[in-house]
Structures are given as C-alpha cells and as structure tokens.
Design a protein around this ligand. Structure first.
Ligand SMILES: C[S@@+](CC[C@H](N)C(=O)[O-])C[C@H]1O[C@@H](n2cnc3c(N)ncnc32)[C@H](O)[C@@H]1O
Length: 297
C-alpha cells in the first residue's frame, strides 16, 4: 500500500468506527460514570463498577476508552489506575455541569440513535422512522415526538442545553433593538392563533417541515403582524451546493429520519420567506452550529 492509500484506509476505518465512539460517550453518561467521578474524585475501576452496579471488566474497558477520548484523566497510584473527569466531561457530561448536555446526549442515544438504525429505510421511503423504531404512527409529528411525558422532558431539556451554548451567537447576529415585542414561536402554532408581535423567532421550527407547511406557517405570521415586523429564523444553513458543512448535512438527514423536513440553503429560505410575503432577506453564518436569517414584512 502506498502512503496515500494508508491515509485513505485510516480515514475509512475512522468512519467505520465513528458510531462506537458516540455510543461509548452515551453509555458512560447513562451509567452515571461522569456524575460519580464528579462527586467522588479519583476512583479505581473496581470501585466504580461496584458503585454503578456494572461488570468490572466492561467498565474498565469503557473507562480506558473514555481516557483515550480525553473524557477522563488517569493517574497511577501504587500500580492502580485512578480515574477522574477531564474539564470537558465536568462541563458537558455531568448532570449538574455548568454547560451540561446530558439530556441532549440521552435523547441522541435513546431516540435519534434508535431511529438511525432505520436510515436505509428512511432513504428508500423518504419518511421518518417512528413507526419502525417505536411502533408509533408518524402522521401526527407532534404525537410522535412528544409521545410520553418522559420523552417530552428529555427532548425539551436537550433543546435547552444546546441553546445554553449556541444561543448567544444567533441572538447577537443581528441588531434586534428595533423590535420591542418578541414572540418565540412554539407550542401548537398550526392550530393556535398567532399573537401580534414585532419580531417572531422561529428557532429549529422550519427544518421540521416541508416547504408547503413552512410557507403556510410563515403566511399566518405575515398576516398576524404589522408592516415592518420581522422574522428571525434560526437554523443550521447548508452551503448553496449542499455539500457542506458536514454537521448541517447530517442534521438534514436527521430531519428525514425524525421529522417531515430538512435543513436548507440560504436561497431555499429566501424562496419560502418570499413566497410568504417577507422581504429584506438577510442571513448571517455564525461559524457555529446554528445560523440566523432576518426578514421583514
Ligand atoms: C424542535 S422544537 C424547537 C423548539 C425551540 N424553538 C428550540 O429551538 O429549542 C419544535 C417546536 O415546534 C413545535 N410544534 C408545533 N407544532 C408541532 C407539530 N405538529 N409537531 C412537532 N412540533 C410542533 C413544538 O411544540 C416545539 O416547540
């Protein structure tokens, strides 16, 4: 094998194993590894196994992979390995961490990961996989996504956790000082009347829906507000040729697997906003996961 082929093969292997890395992190979270280490500091694998009620060989393997992934630090004392959270784990992976993403990870592990098991069928059929994954009919997306109190709470906390990190980049993308009354669209906006406001925030809303439903919703907003009112659309933007960024592409595929929508390019958002009657289209790429679009009536 040439040097270039070696590199290709290494990359190929990274892709093959990618799902195992996600699952290691999800599982360590679910078992409570990071929470235990946060409260008790340096522990050996056998103590961790005992506290968490796991098999000791299994947990030792999991802990050592977490160390390789820089989620844990290991210190040797009297020939015994003592595990401790890294800063990354303390911040993001413990339930009470200042930037915790715990619920989001749980949601990714229990819901998204399960749905992605049917990615092949999603692509064949062009529809979400709630029926195959959970036996839930998906003709009412609301019913499917919020199918139990537990699922609703996990999803809502997960969404909030992502905003605790990404929110400031989108909310400062434009000067919003000319909009005194801001309405953050949520709940059942297809059925309930839309109140009058100066600015409507549609964060991770339009990506759930096909173009016709987005236009219908945007028309209802257009109808509800006075000339000059604005819509701030918060979504991850695809490049115009749709060949990147990778995260946006993956999220778009996830919309196929879990919703009725997709991620869009700036031009695609321009089109649906224009069809609903909005003008003065502007967009800002934040360089983070979520981007911002502002348009006015
Ligand atoms: C992905 S969440 C986004 C929530 C919030 N804006 C955020 O960014 O965290 C989608 C929102 O759409 C609302 N929604 C309205 N009608 C819906 C429906 N039929 N199916 C799913 N979600 C619906 C949900 O209540 C929820 O607030």
């Amino acid at each position: 094998m040439s040097f270039a082929e070696d590199l290709d093969y290494d990359l190929f292997n990274e892709y093959i194993n990618g799902f195992m890395i996600s699952k290691v992190m999800f599982t360590a979270c679910e078992l409570g590894v990071f929470d235990l280490l946060e409260s008790e500091g340096f522990l050996t694998f056998d103590v961790i196994a005992e506290r968490l009620g796991t098999n000791s060989q299994g947990i030792e393997q999991l802990l050592d992979i977490c160390a390789t992934l820089k989620l844990l630090n290991v210190e040797m004392k009297k020939e015994k390995a003592l595990y401790q959270n890294t800063k990354l784990a303390s911040l993001y992976l413990t339930k009470s961490g200042p930037k915790t993403q715990y619920n989001m990870l749980l949601y990714m592990s229990k819901t998204t990961y399960s749905c992605w098991n049917h990615l092949t069928e999603a692509i064949r059929e062009g529809k979400n996989q709630y029926m195959r994954t959970f036996g839930i009919p998906s003709d009412d997306l609301f019913e499917a996504i919020y199918r139990s109190e537990e699922e609703l709470i996990k999803f809502m906390h997960g969404l909030h956790e992502i905003w605790s990190i990404n929110g400031r980049y989108v909310i400062t993308a434009f000067d919003l000082s000319s909009f005194p009354l801001i309405y953050d669209l949520g709940g059942d906006f297809f059925r309930d009347p839309i109140p009058e406001a100066d600015l409507y925030i549609l964060a991770r809303i339009l990506h759930d829906w096909a173009d016709n439903k987005c236009i219908q919703l945007l028309k209802n907003i257009h109808h509800a507000c006075r000339p000059g009112c604005g819509v701030l659309v918060v979504e991850t933007l695809l490049a115009e040729d749709k060949r990147g960024p990778l995260t946006s592409q993956l999220y778009s595929l996830n919309m196929l697997v879990q919703t009725e929508g997709k991620e869009r390019t700036p031009t695609e958002y321009h089109k649906i906003l224009t069809q609903a009657g909005f003008q003065n289209f502007q967009f800002k790429k934040t360089g983070k996961i979520y981007d911002a679009i502002l348009a006015r009536k």
